[in-house]
Ligand binder design. Structure first.
Ligand SMILES: Cc1ncc(C[n+]2csc(CCOP(=O)(O)OP(=O)(O)O)c2C)c(N)n1
Ligand SMILES: CC(=O)[C@@H](O)[C@H](O)COP(=O)(O)O
Ligand SMILES: [Mg+2]
Length: 575
């Protein structure tokens, strides 16, 4: 079917082609990626945008000896296609299949594991320093996008690298967009100012600057690579590309086609999502409600307005909702600043990306005991994005912070209540919730109170204690059984009074949470049980102490023994 892609597996095959063959190969690669993503789902626009760059880099440089890092790595489907993984695309982002991001354990061509943005400059600098110590002359290359290079961590890397004489090549892939439209002075600078001012900017940081060039033009790419060979680094090559290049729908709506889901390749019609209502929609609508009657609240999203359900809120309240770009640390401390002046900020941030702002949560918010509300999205398994994106750690890493309240609503009704409560908080409050469809558990309507558990079932001997959205799996598993079930909307502060009563009345306690075991909800219960000389058994059901790869959420919950069937099986062993 393909003239070149069929005979090509690795860069050494690629280098046998003539340069004039490469545009045809690029077309074939785009067609292949469209076939895969339209049926398997995944990131589309970014990969289509760097096909020429990917081919040129593997053609010109001696990968994998020359080291190549893809920042974020969501644009690396072409990189994987040309580095021996063509047949692995059938398993893209599936359980035990190929990852959606470069991964050192997957291929020698994946110089660095990625998924979180803005790490490539620091990593490639580390590699170059190490190889200089070994007198190893290999080349060092990093490709970073225009939204990723303006992140704090990228600047830390540029600041260091620019102060060395390392012969590292940073390739700025500038398509004037992140996932959502570009924000911030720096992205404006890259996209709107003259070349001269860009030269000044990067040369001021100690880089030789080349560009901007057309990143879809092989001749311009190779000419620039030749120029780089004659420069004593560090160098920055600025290329302009189109996100979604070569597929009209993806070029036209670059936000939607960042990760479109399944679609018909021929018509560009995206398969409708079966989702009745998402947690993200509930959050967006709840905040719209809140903002209507309360002008003392604000919201912040670090570069994820669409994914976090913030787009409508931003349109309605542009003066009180800010997309700060890929800047999680700034987002948290911006919130802290707002809170000192009597504005209650909702910092809406994916669990996995909050990891990047841990010190700001402690040092700027909790230590000063400021009323910041963290709406922590993508809590628990996220599915096909895998280990770099699951929200497994937030209960544990927040649980250990003084002054921090940690809420894990069972469903969207409780989430709504907690969001409303947040507007009145005088201290830090974190509320975590998962990706995707709401559960509508229709719990008996009990008002949610800080630090108070809810009794959902009364039984004998065995007590089930849960927190968060695992409740939906427990509700299915407990059907017809006379176990007691207590739901704890708050991991912190815990309902010590209810716990004391539970310790006195039950000989066996099982705890459940959508988070890792270490330092989580169950660990806190066990700690309190021990300090109360509880003689019964506490059995903790949480994610294991290991990184969990990609798969569907159901598959991953089953592997962790936290799906309703596995839970039911455990319950039946206790009858
Ligand atoms: C620390 C971190 N924050 C947020 C994200 C989510 N994210 C993935 S890709 C992306 C936009 C990247 O834009 P850019 O670097 O310009 O690459 P492009 O998609 O345009 O190729 C964002 C915000 C992330 N992966 N890591
Ligand atoms: C590559 C990246 O980090 C984002 O595109 C992320 O995959 C978004 O996740 P959601 O699709 O859950 O919003
Ligand atoms: Mg971009």
């Amino acid at each position: 079917m393909y003239k070149y892609l069929n005979i090509l597996e690795t860069p050494s095959d690629l280098r046998k082609l003539k340069r004039e063959d490469l545009p045809i190969l690029a077309e074939e690669a785009r067609d292949f990626i469209l076939d895969i993503v339209s049926t398997k789902t995944g990131h589309l626009g970014a990969s289509l945008g760097v096909i020429e760059l990917t081919i040129a880099l593997h053609y010109y440089y001696n990968t994998p000896t020359d080291l190549l890092i893809w920042d974020v790595g969501h644009q690396a489907y072409g990189h994987k296609l040309f580095t021996g993984r063509k047949s692995d695309f059938q398993s893209l982002r599936q359980l035990n299949g190929m990852s959606g991001f470069p991964d050192r354990t997957e291929s020698e061509f994946d110089a660095f594991g990625v998924g979180h943005s803005s790490t490539s400059i620091s990593a490639i600098t580390g590699m170059a320093l190490a190889n200089r110590l070994k007198n190893d002359k290999r080349k060092h290359l990093a490709v970073i996008g225009d939204a990723s290079i303006v992140s704090g961590m990228a600047f830390e890397g540029l600041n260091h690298l620019g102060d060395t004489d390392l012969n590292v090549n940073i390739i700025l892939n500038d398509n004037n967009i992140g996932i959502d439209p570009a924000v911030g002075a720096l992205q404006n600078h890259f996209n709107n100012t003259s070349s001269a001012s860009k030269v000044d900017f990067f040369e001021a940081l100690g880089f030789n600057y080349i560009g901007p060039i057309d990143g879809h033009n092989f001749d311009e790419l190779f000419k620039a690579f030749d120029e780089l060979e004659n420069l004593k680094g560090p160098n920055l090559l600025h290329i302009k590309t189109i996100k979604g290049k070569g597929y009209e729908s993806a070029e036209k709506d670059q936000v939607l086609w960042h990760s479109p889901g399944k679609f018909d390749k021929k018509t560009g019609i995206i398969s409708p999502k079966k989702e009745k209502l998402s947690y993200q929609k509930v959050v967006g609508d709840s905040l719209i409600e809140l903002f209507k009657d309360n002008n003392q609240v604000a919201a912040i999203t670090p570069a994820m307005p669409t994914g976090s359900g913030m787009v409508e809120l931003m349109q309605l309240y542009p003066g009180r909702v800010w997309n700060v770009g890929i800047a999680e640390q700034h987002a948290v401390t911006l919130a802290a600043g707002l809170a000192t002046q009597g504005i209650t900020p909702y910092c809406v941030i994916y669990s996995t990306f909050l990891q990047r702002a841990y010190d700001q949560v402690i040092h700027d918010v909790a230590l000063q005991n400021l009323p910041v509300v963290f709406l922590i999205d993508r809590a628990g398994f996220v599915g096909s994005d895998g280990a770099t994106h699951h929200g497994l750690f937030d209960i544990s890493f927040l649980n250990s912070i003084p002054n921090m309240a940690v809420a894990c609503p069972a469903d969207e009704n409780e989430l709504k209540e907690l969001i409303e409560m947040g507007a009145h908080t005088s201290t830090p409050l974190a509320i975590r919730y998962p990706k995707g469809e709401v559960q509508s558990l229709n719990f008996p309507s009990q008002n949610t109170e800080i630090g108070k558990a809810k009794t959902l079932n009364k039984g004998e001997k065995t007590a089930i204690l849960s927190t968060g959205h695992i409740a939906s799996n427990i509700q299915k598993a407990i059907e017809g059984l006379d176990f007691s079930w207590y739901h704890f909307p708050f991991v912190k502060p815990l309902d010590l009074e209810s716990l004391k009563n539970i310790f006195e009345n039950y000989s066996h306690i099982l705890t459940f949470e959508n988070g890792i075991k270490n330092g989580g909800f169950g660990a806190s219960i066990l700690d309190i049980a021990n300090s109360n000389n509880y003689k019964g058994q506490v059995e903790i059901h949480a994610y294991p102490d290991e990184f969990i790869a990609h798969g569907t959420i159901d598959e991953l919950e089953n592997l962790a023994g936290l799906d309703s069937i596995s839970i039911r099986k455990r319950f039946e062993e206790l009858i």
